[in-house]
Design a protein around this ligand. Structure first.
Ligand SMILES: Nc1ncnc2c1ncn2[C@@H]1O[C@H](COP(=O)(O)OP(=O)(O)OP(=O)(O)O)[C@@H](O)[C@H]1O
Ligand code: NI
Length: 328
């Protein structure tokens, strides 16, 4: 399926270790993942599985206690990990934009909405006139569903609701006209109604967006609704990827299967379930399948070495040696 060449971004064998008092923490253990234009990929996995670290790597925002980073992040053929810092900085404001979980990390309480939008546009499109900046800002506020846009331009962040602030942050990201839009749990801080509205907004906005969107979430139901593709992470590794509907209908990895089974038992309405057993620590070395200690299907072969992420049907991959035996 998706050949190397149709991926806009190709992550190849990305490994990230950090130094800790307990020794090296293997936060990303060899990630291989592609993002294609025009598609939304959802990344799910329990807390600590490495989702946020993975998207931070795409912005090359690396931890202070970084011990080692290896592999490649090829963005249309350019390895982001090798770009000089000034160029990487330019890519951040031009080709890649990020929507954080807490809108207040992106908003300065001392500045109005209008100032935030203007600063982004000035940086991205230095040739725009004041009038053009104002027009683009108003048009974008309308687009993200903010009514009474001229008044909102003069508002300060604290004068807005949480949902409204997240809409402003989405507007800021879209004004950049990025090729890659990263959203790390953009709705987690919001109540369920507003969360649904924001997801509806993202779904609508994708129609005029030709890039690729990466959507991290704890909410499997939202991912199923919004995303085209799904990537399931566990303990710093990818255990399964593929088209979202197919992965959820017929998981090829026991961890994905367990998530779905627990969800049905818990009746948590699409929230990521907690599966029984011990959460893996980043300090564990991977000399077996990292999921083996919690896997109901683990056998001797699973303890003999880590599984590779291998093709498992049309457009799909799974990292389980027993996939076809135990998940027919
Ligand atoms: N700088 C660091 N030094 C040491 N350990 C770290 C560092 N950053 C992250 N970790 C650890 O790496 C693992 C992955 O963290 P990360 O934040 O990427 O997970 P996540 O999947 O985004 O989790 P959550 O769902 O809670 O946001 C966690 O165990 C975390 O404690
Ligand atoms: Ni996270």
């Amino acid at each position: 399926m998706a050949a190397h060449s149709d991926a806009m971004v190709a992550i190849r064998n990305l490994r990230l270790d950090a130094r800790t008092e307990q020794g090296p923490a293997h936060i990303l253990r060899g990630i291989d993942l592609d993002f294609a234009r025009g598609r939304i990929i959802g990344i799910v996995g329990e807390s600590g599985s490495g989702k946020s670290t993975l998207v931070s790597c795409l912005l090359r925002l690396l931890p202070n206690n970084l011990d080692r980073i290896e592999g490649e992040i090829l963005f249309e053929g350019t390895d982001l990990l090798k770009l000089p810092p000034a160029e990487m900085n330019d890519w951040r404001g031009r080709k890649i934009a990020m929507i954080f979980q807490d809108p207040m990390t992106a908003l300065n309480p001392l500045f109005t909405v209008g100032t935030h939008l203007r600063d982004i546009l000035r940086r991205r499109f230095p040739q725009l006139s004041r009038q053009e900046i104002r027009e683009r800002s108003l048009a974008m506020l309308n687009k993200v569903g903010i009514s009474d846009a001229p008044t909102r331009l003069d508002a300060y962040p604290h004068q807005l609701s949480g949902g409204m602030r997240q809409r402003i942050v989405i507007a800021m990201a879209l004004l950049v006209e990025p090729d890659l839009l990263l959203a790390d749990e953009p709705t987690t801080a919001l109540d369920a109604t507003v969360e649904a509205q924001i997801v509806e907004l993202l779904d609508r906005l994708r129609q005029d967006f030709s890039g690729s969107i990466v959507f991290i979430s704890h909410h499997l139901g939202l991912v199923a609704e919004l995303c085209d593709d799904l990537c399931v992470m566990y303990g710093g590794a990818i255990v399964e990827t593929g088209p979202v509907a197919e992965v959820l209908a017929r998981p090829r990895h026991p961890y994905t299967r367990a998530l779905l089974d627990c969800e049905i038992e818990d009746g948590q309405e699409g929230r990521l379930a907690t599966i029984p057993g011990e959460v893996p620590s980043a300090t564990w070395t991977m000399d077996a399948c990292i999921f083996a200690s919690r896997c109901v299907h683990a056998a001797e072969v699973c303890r003999q070495g880590p599984p590779a992420l291998l093709p498992a049907g049309e457009g799909r991959k799974a990292a389980c040696k027993r996939s076809f035996e135990v998940l027919p």
